[in-house]
Design a protein around this ligand. Structure first.
Ligand SMILES: *[C@@H]1O[C@H](CO)[C@@H](O)[C@H](O)[C@H]1NC(C)=O
Ligand SMILES: *[C@@H]1O[C@H](CO)[C@@H](O)[C@H](O)[C@H]1NC(C)=O
Length: 410
């Protein structure tokens, strides 16, 4: 009797394990989600309510922030970074990918190119599949349009930290206008005449904007990257609610105008080392034309693109609060970081294979070296760095090794 019972249990277990194995393989190969657009509409009320930001007054609520810092003692490997257009995000992408390369993490990368999606939330067809033996991706930082459910529930580990970046909307607009007009010759932008085409545009933006707002780089593009719906961007109630939703969803939103401060907050939040957040600024246009803008131009823009301003003003305020709450040592750490950054930039200007830069230990870091290879990686263009990541971190089959990269890495 006992024998038969045990045999049945054993057989049942084997069947169950086999079944699980099949399901596992299935989910790894084909991501199980519906592609019906209707099911992905944003439901603003159903998000998980998480931490709220500490209040504005400095010091009063520093406990919340400190607790978060101390949890960061163990370095975080599960990170989502929303790469917002023309907002120093190539620089942050570089930091993310270099970190992933140094830890051999599974990054969710596009099969080709450096972008997952530009004008749709459905980017899963362009994803390089998981390396063997991984259940989720560790990191996701290439450009896409934000869609929380897809990212949090399907692709990344549930405990992934959510990061993003914003820039002052006027500067972001000018930068995007120039970049996509000059570098990508986007037709609706190249059509705009005048000695100062941006001023021409601002006189009557509707005349120039493309019919499909999803293909625009100048119409509340930051809000769109964050997943806001275009047909609601002039609905203040919607925008306010959406920003509140983002506040509850993102752990940290960096601000370009306080970039180094943002990087130190990121370092503390993720428990990363100082050498992990080093960078050399990238993807900046060198032959950018300088235009003069009047206060009227700025006013028009602010009036026209309110969603981007609401978004920016909110996260600017939140970052200021987090800095106030970070305590007196914070600015010393920022200054220290800037000092090291300068030395690294100088060293990497003309690095030599036989030399490395020694950085001594301090209250914020252990001693480390910056090598020739580090400099090469710091200075690599985004497209090339994504390619290196694909070859070094992607699934092994189907990707021919490039001998020049091998020479670099081994
Ligand atoms: C504006 O957005 C709110 C919240 O999403 C919604 O309830 C309201 O109907 C919207 N108003 C218009 C005119 O679309
Ligand atoms: C590094 O710093 C320590 C003290 O913090 C000092 O004793 C040591 O000489 C320094 N090393 C170098 C190479 O500067």
């Amino acid at each position: 009797m006992k024998f038969w019972f045990l045999l049945t249990v054993a057989l049942a277990s084997i069947l169950m394990l086999f079944h699980l194995h099949v399901i596992n393989r299935h989910t790894r190969e084909a991501f199980p989600f519906s592609t019906s657009r209707d099911t992905w509409s944003h439901d603003l009320t159903s998000h998980r309510s998480r931490r709220t930001a500490p209040p504005l007054q400095s010091g009063t609520n520093s406990v919340t922030w400190r607790e978060e810092q101390s949890k960061g003692d163990q370095e975080t490997h599960h990170v989502f970074f929303l790469k917002v257009h023309k907002a120093a995000s190539t620089t942050v992408l570089g930091v993310m990918l270099r970190f992933a390369l140094s830890r051999q993490l599974a990054v969710m990368l596009p099969k080709r190119g450096n972008v997952l999606a530009e004008d749709t939330k459905f980017f899963h067809q362009n994803v390089l599949r998981l390396p063997e033996g991984r259940s989720h991706y560790d990191m996701l930082c290439n450009h896409l349009v934000f869609e929380e459910r897809l990212i949090r529930r399907t692709f990344l580990h549930p405990d992934a930290k959510f990061l993003a970046i914003v820039r002052h909307p006027f500067d972001q607009f000018i930068s995007a206008f120039q970049y996509y007009r000059k570098v990508y010759s986007v037709p609706y932008l190249t059509k705009i005449p005048g000695r100062n085409p941006i001023a021409t545009y601002l006189k009557n933006p509707d005349k120039w904007e493309p019919i499909n707002p999803l293909t625009s780089y100048t119409n509340n593009r930051m809000s769109f990257d964050f997943g806001m719906k275009h047909r609601y961007v002039s609905n203040e109630t919607y925008v306010d609610k959406y920003v509140e939703y983002l506040e509850n969803t993102f752990d940290l939103v960096l601000v370009v105008e306080m970039f180094d401060e943002s990087m130190i907050l990121m370092k503390r939040l993720l428990g990363w080392r100082l050498q992990d957040i080093l960078y050399i600024k990238s993807n900046r246009m060198h032959d950018k034309q300088e235009y003069f803008f009047t206060n009227q131009d700025r006013k028009i823009h602010r009036k026209l693109r309110t969603a981007d301003y609401t978004l920016y003003n909110h996260f600017y305020k939140v970052l200021r609060m987090k800095i106030s709450a970070a305590g007196p040592g914070f600015f010393e750490e920022v200054m220290h970081f800037r000092n090291i950054q300068q030395n690294v930039e100088k060293f990497c200007l003309e690095p030599k294979k036989s030399l490395s830069l020694f950085v001594n230990s301090s209250s914020w870091n252990e001693a480390f070296h910056v090598s020739y290879l580090d400099c090469v990686l710091f200075k690599m263009e985004e497209v090339e760095l994504v390619d290196v990541a694909r070859r070094k971190l992607g699934p092994l089959d189907g990707w021919p090794e490039l001998s020049s990269f091998n020479a670099l890495f081994f």
